[in-house]
Design a protein around this ligand. Structure first.
Ligand code: DGJ
Length: 505
């Protein structure tokens, strides 16, 4: 039977449904608040992204991946056909073997001749400010720059960049049949009025014109390695003026660390704001590479002369390839390859930067890394290192840490572009320094040496753009699904220059 009372239509305001209505309304409010909040976050992110993007967009053209297409001729067999028939074909030389072999066409490709040199004075407008990694680079006097294993100091007081490095302007010889190649300093073999201490190339030329062709034969008996630390100055990081030797090799005193028969490598400089001194640290060794020490020198001026203070084994440990790093808070650190180059050590310097403190941490243990180049970006410390293969190029690795004292984590090979061989040989070079480009945060110049072991003075410079961003290849550390580190990328370019905006700023 049907009820006489028709069923009420619509909502009934029973207490339970009232509660659910309130709940629905609150949920709606919460949703609106959440959506707005989310939109706000997205907007903020976009805003930060765009400022970041603007900052980086001027470097973007340098992040283009440039490929290299060079073809290799089939390797030449150096054995006579009868020996090959008897013993079978020998393993063909690798590309790195060919690169190191002065008689190979591959070698010539990577060490182009003087007529392709970067010449800031007479090079013409078309090539102005362009870096050509691997080409001879002339200073403002038209002489090849001699600043190997070096680094750059930006001097705020004079608003000038200073590039310091090893002057290797001498003939290359071997210490012994198995030993490393070293340079001998031809010009010092003679007492001659033309010999100018801080202009060795003038001296070499002068001597060659006088005693040629015997000059090199005579000088074979005067085997030396330390010519000294040379300094170049520049306002634009491209045209460099020779400021001469700022730390000289020692001529007579055979017991002196800087005696010409010893080894001085990888000089690096920082300025101490408290003492007002320019402090130079360098690798000091004997000809057999057994001293494994660091040396310290100091000066009131970036162009020297520097007074050599002493050498020591830091923390009583061997120290070979090294660098120094000055942090934003003014604290400075020494980083060096130790324990037979199997690991790196890092330790703070004293406040005057003239010594190490007792504190030391070991990093990248058993990884056999050298040629460290340390830099910092947005609170994270980064480092590029090479493997240990003497003068032969090998694969670079990038590392990162939230504290400069470590722990340090390896991010993988930073090299981008070129081709596989280029990437696995650090573009046929070895790291020496990473220079922050002032005014372009997150942009750096990666400085490396393309060593020419058969003629060390002809070693070349490979300067390339380095940026930080994206996901690293290797670092396993993730926090809440986000990788802890950003990728360090070094982009290969045959020819590149810093954006104009940088020079105008
Ligand atoms: C590799 C180092 O990085 C260079 O500075 C130099 O010491 C060579 N070894 C010598 O073989």
């Amino acid at each position: 039977m049907r009820s006489r009372h028709p069923k009420a239509l619509g909502f009934r305001c029973y207490p339970a449904s009232h509660r659910s209505l309130t709940l629905v309304l609150w949920s709606l409010v919460a949703l609106v608040v959440f959506v707005n909040f989310h939109l706000l976050i997205i907007h903020k992110e976009e805003e930060t992204m765009s400022t970041h993007e603007i900052r980086r967009s001027i470097m973007r053209e340098l992040e283009v991946v440039e490929k290299e297409k060079f073809r290799l001729a089939p390797p030449r067999s150096r054995r006579n056909p009868r020996a090959v028939r008897r013993k079978g074909e020998k393993k063909p030389p690798t590309i790195v073997d060919e690169f190191l072999d002065q008689s190979s066409a591959v070698h010539d490709m990577f060490f182009p001749e003087l007529n392709t040199a970067v010449d800031p004075v007479n090079g013409g407008n078309d090539s102005m400010y362009f870096y050509y990694p691997g080409r001879i680079w002339l200073d403002t006097d038209g002489k090849p720059i001699q600043a190997h294993g070096g680094g750059v100091l930006y001097d705020k007081r004079s608003n000038t960049y200073f590039w310091y490095g090893e002057n290797k302007d001498g003939k290359t010889y071997k210490v012994n049949s198995k030993g490393a190649d070293r340079v001998s300093c031809t010009f010092r073999c003679y007492q001659h009025p033309f010999v100018v201490w801080d202009k060795p190339y003038l001296a070499v030329e002068a001597l060659n014109s006088i005693v040629s062709p015997n000059v090199n034969d005579l000088c074979q008996t005067h085997k030396v390695d330390i010519i000294g630390v040379i300094c170049y100055s520049s306002k634009d990081l491209w045209a460099w003026k020779n400021e001469g030797l700022v730390l000289h090799g020692e001529e007579k005193n055979v017991t002196h660390d800087l005696h010409k028969s010893n080894v001085l490598e990888r000089p690096k400089l920082i300025y101490n704001d408290r003492t007002g001194k320019y402090v130079m640290w360098m690798h000091i060794d004997d000809a057999n590479y057994t001293k494994a020490s660091v040396g310290v020198a100091v000066s009131d001026s970036p162009t020297g002369p520097f007074t050599y203070l002493y050498s020591k084994r830091p923390h009583d440990c061997e120290s070979r390839d090294m660098t120094i790093f000055k942090d934003d808070d003014g604290k400075a650190y020494l980083i060096y390859s130790s324990e037979d180059n199997s690991e790196l050590h890092i330790g703070p310097l004293t406040d005057d930067y003239l010594d190490v403190t007792d504190v030391m941490r070991r990093l990248l243990i058993a990884q056999h890394r050298e040629a460290p180049a340390l830099f910092k970006h947005e609170g994270t410390y980064y480092m590029v290192t090479s493997g240990c293969t003497s003068w032969a190029p090998n694969t670079a690795l990038a590392h990162a840490a939230t504290s400069v004292m470590g722990p340090w984590e390896t991010l993988g090979n930073p090299c981008v572009g070129g081709n596989e061989v280029f990437r696995s040989t650090t573009f046929f070079s070895q790291s020496t320094f990473v220079l922050p480009v002032p005014g372009l945060p997150g942009s750096f110049i990666f400085m490396a040496d393309r060593w020419n072991p058969s003629d060390l003075r002809d070693s070349r410079y490979v300067w390339l753009p380095l940026t930080i961003g994206g996901v690293p290849d290797e670092a396993a550390d993730y926090s809440f699904m986000f990788p802890l580190w950003s990728r360090v990328s070094i982009y290969w370019h045959k020819r590149w220059r810093l954006p104009e905006e940088w020079r105008d700023s």
